[in-house]
Unconditional design. Structure first.
Length: 325
């Protein structure tokens, strides 16, 4: 908000976030009760070059933010902020000095891009004070107040500020001379050429836009065939993808069946080994003698033990013939 015909002057290469507002005058008058003099006069706001302003910052009367500084989010600027400093708070306070900043945005950077900016071997945004180059806001205000017409003020702004490409024109540090005259500048505005437009005269009618050429029936047919061909290619591609998925599913099923078959073969092999061990045990001499003894004991009343003697002889003879004894 610009009030009471004062100024807001902003330098080059500044970076502003959203919801920034300027108030170079209080909405109502405040007086000193002893002197009856107003204590909140309207005053201009100055922002130097390469200033980074966070979101929701308020600039109040007599603010001067010099080149290379940073203003933190939600700050209320009420005074002079020195170059190459970080300032924040309500009211604003300096929180760090001897810094500089760059405008690259780090969003979506990978590690390689981040590491590339860990060190910058230049002094592009380091500012220095030079009394012969400094544009004092006080001197600018005095000059603007001395001019009577908007044309004169426009010429001064163009010649003294816009055409001044000095890097350190708004660089300022603590305890440096502030109330100094403006450096000399050349009058260049009058050499500019302007074209005056007489709004009372009818302006030439711009040529009517050329009608968009309509496609011929043959071109429409060709376009239709191309669209159908493109759709067929997409369908074929989808079929290939689905076919590959089906093959992959079948391959997984075959692999699963092979694994199950291999497990069954191992189980059968294990059963065969155990069965063979059981057969060997059953054909062993001790096993057969034990079985014969159990049978004789069960039939002792029928002469089982007597028959057992002959059974033992038969078993030994059978094993001897097999070569197992």
């Amino acid at each position: 908000m610009l009030l009471s015909e004062k100024n807001i002057i902003i330098g080059d290469q500044c970076l502003f976030s959203h919801t920034i507002w300027f108030r170079n005058a209080d909405p109502h008058l405040i007086y000193d009760n002893i002197t009856n003099k107003r204590i909140n006069p309207t005053q201009s706001i100055y922002i130097g070059d390469h200033v980074w302003v966070g979101q929701e910052v308020a600039f109040l009367i007599k603010s001067f933010v010099t080149s290379g500084s940073i203003i933190g989010t939600k700050s209320v600027v009420t005074k002079l902020c020195y170059s190459n400093t970080i300032n924040a708070g309500n009211p604003i306070k300096q929180v760090k000095e001897n810094i500089s900043w760059r405008g690259e945005c780090v969003h979506n950077w990978d590690l390689e891009e981040t590491n590339k900016y860990n060190y910058i071997p230049n002094n592009d945004f380091k500012y220095t004070y030079n009394q012969n180059e400094f544009l004092s806001p006080k001197a600018i205000e005095e000059k603007l107040d001395s001019l009577n017409t908007a044309q004169e003020k426009l010429e001064f702004i163009y010649d003294a500020i816009y055409c001044n490409k000095n890097k350190n024109r708004f660089a300022y540090f603590k305890d440096m001379p502030y109330d100094i005259p403006l450096p000399k500048y050349e009058s260049k505005f009058k050499s500019l050429k302007f074209e005056e437009i007489d709004e009372t005269k009818p302006q030439p009618t711009p040529p009517a836009p050329k009608p968009t050429p309509q496609p011929t029936p043959q071109e429409l047919e060709i376009k239709s065939l191309k669209d159908k061909l493109s759709q067929k290619e997409k369908d074929i591609n989808n079929l290939d993808i689905n076919h590959k998925k089906a093959l992959t599913s079948q391959e997984l099923e075959i692999k699963s069946l092979k694994e199950a078959l291999s497990k069954k073969e191992k189980d059968i092999s294990s059963l065969e080994i155990n069965y063979q061990k059981a057969l060997n045990t059953k054909n062993h001499l001790s096993y057969k003698l034990g079985a014969a003894l159990i049978k004789a004991d069960k039939n002792w009343y029928k002469g089982g033990y007597f028959k057992f003697i002959f059974e033992v002889m038969r078993i030994k003879k059978e094993h001897r013939n097999r070569g197992q004894i």
